[in-house]
Design a protein around this ligand. Sequence first.
Ligand code: FAD
Length: 395
Amino acid sequence: MLGMPLSPGSRRIAEYRYPTAVRVLVLGAGFGGLELTTMLSEALGADADVTLIDQADSFVFGFSKLDVMFGKREPDAVRHHYRDIAKPGVRFVQETITAIDPVGKRVTTDGDAYEADVLIVGLGADLDPTLTPGLVEAGNEYYTVPGAERLREVLPTFEGGSAIVGVCGDTFKCPPAPSEAALLLDAFLGARGRRDATTIHLVIPFGKPIPPSPDTSEALLAAFAERGIAFVPDRRVAALEDGDAVLDDGQRLPYDLFLGIPVHRVPDVVKASGLAENGWIPVDPGTLRTRFPDVYAVGDVTSVGTPKAGMFAEGAAVVVAEQLIARSRGEESSSRYDGKGACYIEFGHDEVARVDVDFFSTPGRPTGTYTAPSIQTAEEKAEFRRSRSVRWFGG
Ligand SMILES: Cc1cc2nc3c(=O)[nH]c(=O)nc-3n(C[C@H](O)[C@H](O)[C@H](O)COP(=O)(O)OP(=O)(O)OC[C@H]3O[C@@H](n4cnc5c(N)ncnc54)[C@H](O)[C@@H]3O)c2cc1C
């Protein structure tokens, strides 16, 4: 039984069912929150006592934004509606979280207030385009669904000139995504007969496209060279001004089309909660525990030391779920987050590569394994999407 009212405006999440039961409050239904709640429901059934809160009505895979932007999939087709979540012991609530008290494990939303025995913060990274002067007025971004939908209208009208894919902050979701956008733009313009009329620059704050995997970086650099994409390493776009992208060293690149990756930061509610330090939520890398007892954080909102990417958020969620499942049985979990994950990389022309990265085995020296682009890996990526859709939403 879930959602027993405590008092008006304050709701008790669930009754204890047996001595070791815990009321679990999951903040954010992204990669991390969805996998966590699915595992708890599978293991504990109706006793799971999970309330999952998200402000949105649906989940969109990050990589689906590329499909929307380049007109490969309809915006409605990439939305997975939270109303379809039907899991024993899990209740989804669509509300915006306005305050988090990590000491009392209390959460306030625009509609209610909640308290829990265990709190898991999976609120992801927010984007702040206003931190890059000119970006809102004179650029585009494709990291949000509205941004990708807008570009879907803009790109078919672009007849040529200077196009820039530019990263504006130091840290950003899915490290391959800027390279993917440059390669997909090349293919998109080629198919429309506008490639010869366009120059493409890719500006990123790393020395190489994928620093932990030299093979992946080499393959991407070779693809850029072959397709005439100018790679500008170790730079961020600091502003858009008078038709130029102004880089952080003062260099100016004129543009006709700017595809930006805005500055990332924790959601305001996380900042106000005191959970974040130096920008993100610090956690024990093995257990994902924060410094507050019974408060965990997973995924992009943390500074756990892995990239901001879905598979890493999912891997962290698995470890938290295993701890909670063990606890509900009165046991201790020995499960530790291993910092391993993979990203698919769109190379254009329907081919997809893959990079698997291990961040923790050799401290400070992540290592990566590259799988070259192929149609087969594209099918694997489609299966990845399909399997999560079935697992989390039932279809
Ligand atoms: C263009 C693009 C391509 C990508 N490609 C890949 C890829 O190929 N592979 C990969 O692994 N990753 C990819 N990613 C990254 C991936 O989408 C994210 O890293 C992943 O979604 C992070 O999961 P998370 O659970 O930490 O947070 P998220 O999935 O971002 O979920 C956070 C949730 O919290 C909710 N939320 C935030 N604030 C509030 C609030 N105040 N109240 C209520 N709810 C709130 C949000 O609505 C959101 O649903 C890509 C991202 C982009 C933008």
